[in-house]
Design a protein around this ligand. Structure first.
Ligand code: SAH
Ligand code: SF4
Ligand code: F3S
Length: 477
C-alpha cells in the first residue's frame, strides 16, 4: 500500500520534472526543476520567460547549466524533504564548479527565507513567488560574490504582461494562471503564508494568452488559481464594483470569455472551493461543449466538526448540496476531490463520516494525504497533531481502497460509450498506442492507426482499469 500512497501523493505533488524549451549554443544556460502544484509549473514558465529576456536558455542537461533553479513546494513535510535531498546533491556539484549558481524559488523560498542561505549554506539565491522579475538582478548579485534574497510578497503582482515560455515543446495543453495567492486560511494550509494575498489577473491578458496558445496549436487550457471561484476583476470580495468606469468580471464570465476563444479549445479549471462554487459557473459549463465536464472539488473531510476545525467554511451538508447542484446542472460531470486523513483530533467516527461521504459522492478520482503539520498555520498554533502516525496510515489506506473501487466503478460505466478524446501523444507503455483524455479527464489508450497528436477523435471504450480506459477510434471529429 505504501507504493500506492506514494503514487497518489506524487500525482498531486507532480513528479519533479526538468523543464526545457530548447537547446543551442553560446547562451547562458538555465536548468529549472519544478515541484508541487500546477501553479508552480506555470510559474516556472514565467521564470523561463523573464530569464530568456536576460539571455538565458533552458537546458535539460544540468551538467552544462550556469544557473540551477528549483521551484519548490512546502505543502507537506515530505515535499520539503525531497527538495532538501536534491539541494545536498547540488552542493557536491558546486564544490566541483564554484561558478555555478544554485537558487530556490517558490513556496519553500518564502517559508524558509534566509535559513537555506545562511544556516544551511545550501544555496546562493532565494526568490519568493512574487519576486521573479528580480531574478536577473539576484543572479548578478551572486556573481559579485554575495548571497541574494528577495522574498517580498506583493498585493498586486500577477505577471499579467509576461508571456510564459512554454517548456513542453510541441505541447497541446497549457496552464494559464488567472489569480495568485489565497485569502482563505484553512487551518492546515501553508499556502496563504507562502503565496500571500489573493489577487486576480486582468481578464484581457488571460484571453489574449489563450488566443496565442490556440494559434500556436494548443488545444487545451487549464485556468489556475487556489480558489478560482473567488476570481474577481474590479469587484470587491462582497461583489461591489470598485471602479465604476471599468468593466467587472467574475469567474463564470471569465470562463465564458475563454470558451469563446474557439470551440476547438478545451477549457479546464482548478481549484474550485465548495464554499464559493456558484450555480452560474455550473450553468456556463453546461452551456459550452468545450468547457470540460470535470470539477475538482476538494472536500478534505466528510465530518462537519473536522471541517470547522479546518476552517474550511462549509459543512458536510453544504458540500453535499453543491454536489447535488453539479449533478443537476452538469449531469455527466466527473468529480474529483482531495482528502486529508488524521487531522488534529480526528476520531474514528469522524473518519467514518469521510468514508460515508465518499460512498454518497462516488468520486471519479481523489488525491489523498496524511495530515502533515506545517509551521505557523492556525492548526499548528491551536491544535495538537494527536492522531498517531499508524492510525493516520491505516485511515489513509481505507480511503485509498475505497477510492480505487469507486474509480474502477466509474471507469466501468464508460465501457460501451463513445467518448471525444483529444490526442496527447504516444502511450507511455506501448509504441503501438496513442493516449489522450476525455472531457471528463479520463486517460484513454487506443491503437495509433494514422492519428495525430492534437487531433480530436471519437473512441469507443471497450475495457478499463481503475486508472485508464482502453478503446478504439470509431471516427475523427
Ligand atoms: N487551494 C486548494 C488546495 C491547495 S493544496 C483547495 O483549497 O482545495 C492541495 C491539497 O493539499 C489540499 O487540498 C489538501 O488536501 C492538501 N494539503 C494541504 N495542506 C496539507 C497538510 N498540511 N497536510 C496534508 N495535506 C495537505
Ligand atoms: Fe490552502 Fe485553503 Fe487556500 Fe486551498 S483554499 S490554498 S487549502 S488556504
Ligand atoms: Fe506547494 Fe506552494 Fe503549490 S506549497 S502545493 S507549490 S502553492
Amino acid at each position: 500500500m505504501e507504493f500506492e500512497n506514494k503514487v497518489i501523493d506524487e500525482a498531486i505533488q507532480g513528479t519533479a520534472i526538468e523543464l526545457t524549451n530548447q537547446g543551442g549554443d553560446g547562451k547562458k544556460k538555465l536548468y529549472l526543476e519544478s515541484y508541487g502544484c500546477q501553479m508552480n509549473f506555470s510559474d516556472s514558465e514565467v521564470v523561463a520567460s523573464i530569464l530568456a529576456q536576460d539571455g538565458y536558455e533552458t537546458t535539460r542537461n544540468m551538467d552544462e547549466a550556469d544557473v540551477i533553479l528549483l521551484n519548490t513546494c512546502s505543502i507537506r513535510e515530505n515535499a520539503e524533504q525531497r527538495v532538501r535531498n536534491r539541494l545536498t546533491e547540488f552542493k557536491i556539484k558546486k564544490e566541483n564548479n564554484p561558478e555555478l549558481v544554485v537558487g530556490i524559488l517558490g513556496c519553500m523560498a518564502e517559508r524558509l527565507k534566509k535559513n537555506l542561505l545562511e544556516e544551511e549554506k545550501l544555496v546562493d539565491l532565494v526568490a519568493g513567488p512574487d519576486a521573479y522579475r528580480d531574478l536577473p538582478n539576484l543572479i548578478e548579485e551572486v556573481g559579485t560574490g554575495q548571497k541574494a534574497v528577495n522574498v517580498l510578497l506583493s498585493r498586486d503582482e500577477t505577471y499579467a504582461d509576461i508571456s510564459p515560455v512554454r517548456l513542453d515543446q510541441g505541447g497541446i495543453a497549457a496552464f494559464v494562471t488567472i489569480m495568485r495567492g489565497c485569502d482563505n486560511m484553512c487551518s492546515f494550509c501553508v499556502v496563504p503564508f507562502t503565496r500571500g494575498r489573493e489577487r486576480s489577473r486582468d481578464p484581457h491578458t488571460i484571453v489574449q494568452e489563450c488566443q496565442d496558445l490556440f494559434a500556436r496549436g494548443y488545444r487545451e487550457v487549464t485556468l489556475l488559481g487556489q480558489n478560482v471561484d473567488s476570481y474577481r476583476w474590479n469587484l470587491s470580495s462582497k461583489g461591489e464594483v470598485k471602479n465604476p468606469e471599468e468593466e467587472t468580471t467574475n469567474f463564470a464570465q471569465l470562463m465564458e470569455m475563454v470558451a469563446l476563444v474557439s470551440p476547438e479549445l478545451r477549457v479546464r479549471f482548478s481549484t474550485s472551493h465548495p464554499k464559493d462554487m456558484t450555480d452560474d459557473v455550473l450553468e456556463v459549463m453546461a452551456k459550452y461543449e468545450n468547457i470540460c465536464p470535470y470539477i475538482h472539488l476538494p472536500v478534505q473531510s466528510g465530518n462537519t466538526d473536522v471541517l470547522y476545525r479546518m476552517n474550511r467554511g462549509y459543512s458536510r451538508e453544504w458540500y453535499l448540496e453543491r454536489i447535488d447542484a453539479i449533478k443537476r446542472i452538469v449531469p455527466d460531470c466527473a468529480i474529483s476531490t482531495d482528502v486529508i486523513t488524521g487531522f488534529c483530533g480526528e476520531t474514528e467516527a469522524e473518519h467514518e463520516d469521510t468514508l460515508s461521504l465518499m460512498d454518497i459522492v462516488e468520486y471519479d478520482f481523489a488525491y489523498m494525504f496524511k495530515y502533515s503539520e506545517r509551521p505557523k498555520t492556525l492548526a499548528e498554533r491551536r491544535f495538537d497533531d494527536d492522531v498517531p502516525e499508524e492510525v493516520k496510515g491505516r485511515r489513509l489506506n481505507e480511503i485509498i481502497d475505497k477510492q480505487l473501487a469507486h474509480s474502477l466503478k466509474s471507469n466501468k460505466k464508460q465501457i460501451g460509450t463513445i467518448q471525444k478524446v483529444l490526442i496527447e501523444g504516444p502511450s507511455k507503455r506501448s509504441e503501438e498506442h496513442l493516449c489522450g483524455r476525455t472531457g471528463r479527464n479520463s486517460m484513454v489508450v487506443f491503437p495509433k492507426g494514422t492519428y495525430q497528436k492534437a487531433q480530436y477523435v471519437m473512441v469507443r471504450i471497450d475495457d478499463c482499469t481503475s486508472a485508464t480506459l482502453m478503446g478504439e477510434v470509431v471516427s475523427v471529429c
